[in-house]
Design a protein around this ligand. Structure first.
Ligand code: HEM
Ligand code: HEM
Length: 185
């Protein structure tokens, strides 16, 4: 038995920062994907459209940084026990969803970065332009944006499953799962 009953504080803070950033980046990304550049300019003007693109890219790069930190806080520190222990089904489903979320949230910003750079667009992080790391190749960019869009739906599906699981533990099973990640007592 570990004496800890929740994840270390920095890991919990990172969880909720990433959760907020993922919801915002899905909302801004889907808006961009649905409208496209021209329709967005026609609807809300140049300034707001550019702000939407810059914010989306900035959020995405931030997620990449936070997820990298999070992998460190996940692997370097003790993971709390489940009280009562999860059954085999819960263990397999939750571990799979968590691992897939980690994988998708590293792959997604990298895809967005590569798609943007290969399309000849700036990889923006606040007011800085990050190195593209990949030359302009329009066909590749189209493919990468297609996978960026598809992975977006996969992430949305995983988040829905994950939140449903958290609610089940919190409101129906009344076990310590929510407490492990909670910022409050
Ligand atoms: C929206 C984006 C979200 C993402 C990407 C996300 C991701 C994750 C991941 C990867 C874990 C595994 C634990 C770890 O970090 O090692 C986790 C744990 C957890 N999440 Fe989320 N989460 C999100 C939102 C939420 C929300 C909205 C809730 C609550 C309603 C929630 C509740 C929890 C709880 C209770 C745990 C602990 C599970 C356990 O200890 O087995 N998460 N989350
Ligand atoms: C976890 C982080 C990210 C998430 C969840 C996310 C999500 C999305 C989603 C769902 C779309 C809509 C795709 C479509 O419907 O075609 C999108 C579009 C877009 N994303 Fe991301 N994204 C992330 C990171 C990034 C990063 C890091 C960049 C660039 C540096 C980026 C650049 C773009 C651009 C330029 C579009 C518009 C594509 C178009 O016009 O069709 N994204 N994103």
């Amino acid at each position: 038995m570990h004496e800890l009953d929740r994840y270390i504080y920095p890991h919990r803070v990172l969880h909720w920062l990433v959760a907020g950033a993922v919801l915002l980046s899905l909302a801004s990304g889907l808006t961009l994907g649905f409208l496209g550049y021209e329709r967005s300019v026609a609807l809300v003007g140049n300034t707001l459209t550019n702000l939407l693109y810059t914010s989306h890219k900035t959020l995405g790069v931030t997620i990449l940084v936070l997820m990298t930190l999070r992998i460190v806080t996940r692997w370097a520190f003790v993971v709390p026990d489940h009280e009562p222990p999860l059954n085999a089904f819960e263990r397999i489903v939750s571990t799979s969803v968590h691992h897939l979320l980690y994988l998708a949230l590293i792959a997604m910003p990298l895809l967005g970065w590569a798609a943007t750079a290969s399309g000849g667009f700036p990889v923006e992080f606040f007011h800085w332009h990050l190195p593209g790391l990949i030359g302009k190749r329009e066909q590749l960019s189209e493919q990468l944006f297609m996978w960026h869009g598809r992975l977006g739906w996969v992430i949305l599906g995983l988040v829905v499953l994950h939140v449903a699981g958290a609610m089940f533990h919190w409101k129906i099973k009344h076990d310590n799962v929510m407490k492990r990640m909670s910022l409050f007592d």
